[in-house]
Write a protein that binds this ligand. Structure first.
Ligand SMILES: [Fe+2]
Length: 227
């Protein structure tokens, strides 16, 4: 029997290597941001710079080398999807750090205002929690809710696998980057390492350099009219 999987969600994973002194510098800069955030409180949610007024991390010169390395991988991701990047202007619309203390995590969310999102693991101790992706649509759901966890408990489903799961977890190493469509729901597993985990995340917008003849993609904002 041949099994054919159609219509995959494609996620790109790559390594970006940085010097240890650069890592230390960036970690210290992120720690400073977190300390300056007066509203921080101890709870089960990680500190995420995008909601704390630190959503333009790549405007900080310290992060420019790293952002250039990330840009290359983003272009490779677009090429994987056979998108002709020469017709596009590509922007980091925002970028931020996440700081996850022991036992903290990030709940399911999407980045609905952007096209492409990424997470780069600047500090990722073993056991500090992976990222989970959730499908919007279970292609193989032949009956409503047939693959929910209660069906596993009741032995209707023998085991979770790639064909019947709406979630998939990746526990990546430090210096890994993961790139995915912004509309994909994702969350993080709780940090169980006893050490902080720091990721750098970003949202990317793509727009046409020249929109003539295209109906749906975003026209270049240099042609927009402000009122
Ligand atoms: Fe996210």
């Amino acid at each position: 029997m041949q099994i054919i999987n159609l219509f995959p969600l494609t996620i790109v994973k790559e390594k970006i290597l940085i010097q240890e002194n650069e890592r230390e510098q960036l970690v210290n800069e992120i720690k400073k941001m977190k300390q300056q955030d007066n509203e921080q409180q101890q709870n089960s949610n990680a500190w995420t710079g995008d909601t704390k007024g630190y959503e333009f991390l790549f405007s900080n010169k310290l992060f420019s080398d790293l952002s250039k390395k990330i840009s290359k991988v983003i272009v490779d991701y677009l090429k994987t999807l056979e998108i002709n990047t020469s017709l596009l202007d590509i922007y980091y619309q925002r970028s931020w750090a996440t700081f996850t203390e022991n036992e903290q995590s990030i709940n399911y969310h999407t980045h609905s205002q952007s096209n492409i999102s990424f997470a780069y693991y600047l500090l990722k101790p073993k056991g500090s929690g992976g990222i989970i992706f959730r499908s919007n649509e279970l292609q193989n759901e032949i009956a409503k809710n047939i693959f929910t966890s209660s069906k596993l408990e009741k032995s209707l489903i023998n085991k979770a696998n790639a064909f019947n799961s709406d979630k998939s977890m990746f526990d990546l190493d430090q210096d890994s980057i993961i790139i995915f469509p912004s509309k994909t729901p994702h969350a993080t597993m709780p940090n169980k390492s006893g050490l902080p985990r720091i990721s750098i995340s970003g949202d990317i917008s793509i727009m046409l350099k020249e929109s003539k003849g295209f109906e749906h993609l975003m026209p270049n904002f240099n042609k927009w009219k402000k009122f």
